[in-house]
Design a protein around this ligand. Structure first.
Ligand SMILES: Nc1nc2c(ncn2[C@@H]2O[C@H](COP(=O)(O)OP(=O)(O)OP(=O)(O)O)[C@@H](O)[C@H]2O)c(=O)[nH]1
Length: 399
């Protein structure tokens, strides 16, 4: 055997040994990976996502449970109690009217009480004139009778004849067919409907986003399908806030990933997607804006135009904070010029002694209060009920 052959055999032996060793190492590694960990022994790999509060299983972020919103009837009964502070108005009026003599000083006191409750000067004067006449004609100061007259006059001011229903039926596409508006379908197909579209407008902090969330719940309680549009693109938190509201009742939100994006394009996208998905109602939240900022009001005008391109808006609701009093009226006037308002949502009426603003704002704009916010709770929004409201103003025990 030559030296060369001996070297070759040695190299071959080393190679075979190396290959066998490698195979043994790999096998033993695989076995140790495949073997289940001993019960009770610490695991090498922990779950990547920590369970979030409220989630059910370890390692997964559970979707929030879908809640069942409170029915309209039930919330009306529950929320009447929230108007209790408004009852101070009725009690103050009835206390003066219960005096033996009603001199000029007494009538001035009545006037002041009504003005302090934000009823407004013209409605106050009108109501007191009628009250004087009625008391003189009837010639009776029986407390039950006086209360009944006052109730009648206050109710007339609140105006129970106004249509306060929300217009939420699907709208026919303006002058065209599905294909005209880029909807799914071919030319010549039957007309399609556009979802009812509700726009929420108002100055900063009045409760627009909260009201959009509460309204979505109210509509879900009536088993309507809803899509939300986060056209408040200045504040990313507003879209997150909406997403939270929506997720609780299984409602999706159309939003822009870019802060400061064009809110009109978000509104357009929401209406288009609502149409394509066949939802019943699209609700669009807008950023709070001051009525004296021309640029922002122009931007609102564009949102209105874009949202009503396929069909006029079903509802354009001004969200007013009941506690801001007469100042709210000035805002209301300008918004009504830009946004073709169809109704008012009066928020924060819970605990407010300024219930007269309902009358003042309706007279100012000639449009009805349709919804009232009576607390920060998810179901603390109710359709406005004039009779229940006046009973609450008078401190009616049943209210
Ligand atoms: N007490 C009470 N608080 C309310 C009511 N509605 C809204 N709020 C509160 O008002 C505050 C402002 O509400 P938002 O919904 O953020 O107001 P917004 O109008 O969307 O605010 P911007 O987007 O900044 O203009 C929040 O703390 C709400 O909980 C209500 O009816 N009663």
């Amino acid at each position: 055997m030559t030296t060369q052959q001996i070297v070759l055999i040695a190299v071959a032996i080393v190679l075979v040994a190396a290959i066998v060793t490698a195979i043994l190492v790999i096998r033993s590694r695989r076995r140790s990976e495949e073997s289940p960990s001993t019960p009770g022994a610490p695991r090498e790999v922990t779950t990547e996502v920590a369970p979030t509060p409220g989630s059910s299983g370890a390692g997964t972020t559970a979707a929030p449970a879908i809640q069942v919103p409170e029915s309209v009837d039930s919330r009306l009964v529950r929320l009447r109690g929230r108007l209790a502070r408004s009852g101070a108005l009725g009690q103050a009026l009835l206390a003066v009217l219960g005096r033996d003599t009603l001199d000029e000083e007494a009538w001035e006191e009545l006037e002041e009480t009504l003005l302090q409750a934000d009823l407004g000067l013209a409605p106050t004067t009108e109501l007191l004139e009628e009250l004087r006449t009625r008391l003189r004609v009837e010639g009776s100061r029986d407390p039950q009778r006086v209360r009944a007259i006052l109730r009648e006059l206050l109710l007339a001011q609140v105006d129970p004849t106004m249509d306060r229903s929300l217009s939420l039926d699907p709208r026919p596409l303006a002058g065209g067919r599905a294909s005209d508006a880029g909807e799914a379908g071919e030319a010549g197909e039957a007309m399609v409907n556009v979802p009812a579209t509700v726009l929420m407008v108002g100055v900063n902090g009045t409760g627009k986003t909260t009201t959009v969330g509460k309204l979505a719940r109210l509509l879900r309680a009536e088993e309507r399908t809803v899509l939300l549009g986060a056209a408040d693109t200045f504040r990313a938190a507003a879209a997150d806030q909406l997403a939270t509201w929506g997720s609780r009742v299984g409602v999706e939100v159309v939003r822009s990933e870019r802060e400061g994006a064009d809110p009109a394009s978000v509104a357009h996208e929401a209406v288009a997607r609502g149409g394509a998905e066949g939802v019943d109602v699209v609700i669009i939240d807008t950023a709070g804006r001051l009525q004296n900022k021309a640029g922002l009001m122009d931007e609102l005008g564009k949102i209105v135009r874009v949202s009503s391109r396929r069909a006029p808006l079903s509802e354009s609701l001004l969200v007013l904070d009941a506690t801001t009093g007469q100042n709210g009226l000035r805002q209301a006037r300008v918004f009504s010029e830009v946004a073709n308002l169809t109704g008012i949502v009066l928020t924060k009426l819970d605990g407010s002694a300024k219930g007269g603003i309902v009358v003042a704002v309706q007279k100012e704009l000639g449009i009805p209060v349709k919804l009232v916010g009576l607390g920060e709770g998810a179901d603390d929004l109710a359709p406005f009920d004039p009779e229940g409201f006046v009973d609450a103003l008078l401190g009616d025990k049943a209210a």
